[in-house]
Each structure stands twice: as C-alpha cells, then as structure tokens.
Design a protein around this ligand. Structure first.
Ligand code: ZN
Ligand code: FE
Length: 253
C-alpha cells in the first residue's frame, strides 16, 4: 500500500491510500474535493472509500462531492454518525474495517472531539491520527476532558515504535517551538528541529513521523519526564496534571 500526501486548504493534509495490486483507493480526511480529484485524475485512479477521523469541516469538507463523483463509500465512527456527512459504513471502537485488501483497526481517541477515531492500518504500520496526535503536538481539547485526551494519547503510545504517523495538519514547526521551550535539554529534539527546517526549506512535508520519534520528542507524550516537570515548576505533579498544564500553556502560545 502506498500513501500519498495531498496538501489541502491552508495547512491540512489529506491522504490517499493506494493498493497497487488492484488500484483500489481510499482517502483519509478529504478537507476539500478539488486536490483529491486532481491527484486521482492525474494518476488515472478512481476513489473507493472515504475515511473520516472526525466531523470537523476541514476533515469532511470533500465527502459529498467525492461520494457523488465516484460513488465512494463514507467510513466513520458509529457513535458520531449524525455528524459525519453521508456516512455509509459505521464502525465501533476496536472494530477492524476490512474491504478489498484494506484492513484498518478503529481506535476511539476522544478529546479533540468526542467522536474522534484513528485508523490503524496495522499490516503497513500506518496510523492516521487526524487532530489528536500531531507531530510534536496534540489537538486542542474542544469537546472532551484533559483526562480523555491524555488516555487517548496513552493508547497511541502503546502501538509499535515503527508505526508511521499521518496527522491532519502541518503544524510541526510551530509545535517544535513550544516543545523546545520546556524541553531544552532534549538533544533528540534539537536534531529533529534541524530535520524539520530542512524539509520545510525544500517544500517537503514533515509527515510522516513515527511513534518512536514522537515518544522521544513530543512534549505531550513526555509528561512523566523529570526535566520537563522541573522546567514547568511542578516537580510533584502527576503525568496527567503535567499534561494538562502543557495543554493550557500551548493554547496561549
Ligand atoms: Zn479538528
Ligand atoms: Fe483539523
């Protein structure tokens, strides 16, 4: 399976997953239809499935037009079916979606929204995290609690380190500035920031990242780190309290 990164809107990424054996495709989080159609036509492909991580317009904006044009099926979270435009296939937490050669496990990761899910293509080690886990950041908590977001990220942390992270936005550089402020002793992060700058300078996406990379560098996955707690002046806090403090600081960063 091949994953193509399609920049959409201002800083969104949609992803086209292609099974080269039979030319079947899915798109994850089509923000808008135009760039997806352009890509498919250029590559002589049709669209079979539309996968949505959550209901925000910058993740489902292309649903209707793409469904109409290609008769593609919309796949999303069962409990959020009222907010996913034109949903056809409703999946539960922990369920594996199997169609053609596609195989993805659905993991419910509430916090950014209550119905947020990620799609884990475990055979290819590809994880589509929407607006929950970004490279070097995490999503704003709009509908859930700090605790929900924290435990959603804990679920993601447990996946194999080599898992590739495909997230909903190119926020990595801005996120890195926040990370380094409270994790300045982190040598891996300093190296990662150089790599990020290099990629962006060459007009390349900083995506995909990996779980391994995020565990080392993403401050929101490192709230048990002693240096970070010291830098925040909250040495005795729990990981959840540290995470919550970081999320608040980031909201005003
Ligand atoms: Zn969102
Ligand atoms: Fe978004």
């Amino acid at each position: 399976m091949k994953v193509e990164i399609i920049p959409c809107l201002k800083d969104n990424y949609s992803y086209v997953v292609i099974d080269e054996r039979n030319n079947k495709t899915c798109v994850v989080d089509p923000s808008e239809s135009k760039p997806i159609i352009n890509f498919l036509e250029k590559n002589n492909l049709k669209l079979n499935y539309i996968l949505n991580t959550h209901h925000h317009y910058d993740h489902v904006g292309g649903n209707s037009e793409l469904k109409k044009k290609y008769k593609a099926k919309v796949v999303g979270f069962k409990e959020d079916y009222k907010r996913i435009p034109e949903i056809d296939i409703k999946l539960k937490d922990g369920e594996t979606w199997k169609e053609d050669n596609f195989e993805a496990k659905v993991i419910h990761i509430p916090g950014h929204t209550l119905g947020h899910i990620c799609f884990y293509f475990y055979k290819d080690n590809n994880l589509f995290t929407g607006d929950t886990l970004f490279s070097l950041g995490c999503g704003r908590i709009f509908e859930g609690t700090y605790e929900q977001m924290f435990s959603s990220l804990e679920k993601i942390k447990k996946l194999p380190p080599k898992t590739k992270i495909y997230c909903g936005h190119e926020y990595t550089l801005q996120n890195s500035k926040f990370c380094i402020q409270y994790d300045k002793e982190n040598q891996n992060l300093i190296k990662k920031i150089q790599e990020i700058n290099e990629k962006l300078k060459n007009n390349k996406p900083t995506i995909p990242s990996t779980i391994e990379d995020e565990l080392k560098n993403n401050i929101f996955l490192r709230s048990d780190n002693e240096n970070i707690k010291t830098n925040l002046n909250i040495v005795t806090s729990s990981s959840l309290a540290t995470f919550s403090k970081l999320r608040d600081l980031k909201d005003n960063f």
